[in-house]
Design a protein around this ligand. Structure first.
Ligand code: HEM
Length: 229
């Protein structure tokens, strides 16, 4: 492959990482907003109605496989780019000069991503698998005034109320994801081309704000159940 086509292939791969990453951030923002209903209404009704809407809305149903593909492409491409970079640069950068020029998250994106993947495996088993495939008696509990929907609130909160370890795992999951995004969000726009001096700074600040919103937003949910119940 010529130097030019090698470069454009590499940019193409990074572009796909950026686009899938930004798509996943949008999903996660919606997911977190709905999950926060868990701590704003102890009756569970608000969360159950929102979860029911998400589970039955045709548009969301179409988006579910798209989301799965988004995750898959994002993960596979990150591995491919890492292997390719290792091949192109077998000696590696000087670690101390790297530390001065970049954040901890930016130097550890792959390890952060791998840990999020482990968390995601457990998380999908905890909720998605039980809701969509295996079932659970908790889901069949009465939801009070609104009939004909799963009691997803009972499924989620029973897990958090019953185990401090689980709460800590979910706090860690939110923190890992937020850290990953403090670099990922900024980096995605660099790749897309918004990388002049002014936008570099703005996006850097914005990425940190979004990352911290995810860290605080997701962690506050298990923390709430750990402290209150
Ligand atoms: C307090 C933290 C969280 C709670 C309470 C929570 C709750 C849930 C629930 C109830 C579901 C099942 C939805 C359904 O299928 O009807 C679900 C699915 C899912 N969650 Fe989370 N989640 C949390 C954190 C996260 C984090 C940090 C991520 C990203 C790394 C994440 C990614 C996903 C994905 C990809 C699905 C499957 C897609 C879907 O069907 O919506 N979740 N979550």
């Amino acid at each position: 492959m010529s130097k030019g086509s090698l470069l454009s292939a590499s940019i193409g791969r990074k572009l796909l990482m950026s686009v899938t990453g930004l798509f996943l951030i949008t999903f996660i923002l919606i997911h977190m907003s709905i999950n926060l209903l868990l701590i704003f209404d102890d009756s569970g009704e608000l969360f159950n109605v929102a979860a029911h809407f998400m589970a039955t809305n045709p548009l969301i149903k179409i988006m579910e496989p798209v989301l799965a593909i988004g995750f898959l492409v994002h993960i596979l491409w990150s591995l491919m780019i890492t292997v390719q970079n290792m091949k192109a640069r077998p000696v590696g950068y000087n670690k101390s000069s790297q530390a001065i020029n970049s954040s901890w998250a930016s130097r550890n994106m792959l390890i952060l991503g791998a840990m999020i993947l482990v968390f995601l495996g457990l998380h999908i088993y905890d909720f998605w698998w039980k809701i969509k495939v295996a079932g659970s008696p908790l889901l069949e509990m009465s939801t009070g005034s609104v009939e004909g929907m799963h009691n997803t609130y009972a499924l989620v909160t029973t897990l958090f109320k019953g185990s401090v370890i689980y709460c800590l795992i979910y706090i860690a999951g939110g923190a890992l994801l937020g850290l990953h995004i403090t670099h990922g969000f900024w980096s995605a726009f660099q790749t897309i081309g918004l990388n002049n001096i002014i936008w570099r700074k703005r996006l850097f600040v914005l990425a940190n704000i979004i990352g911290w919103i995810f860290i605080i937003g997701f962690s506050s949910i298990p923390l709430y159940f750990m402290i209150k119940f």
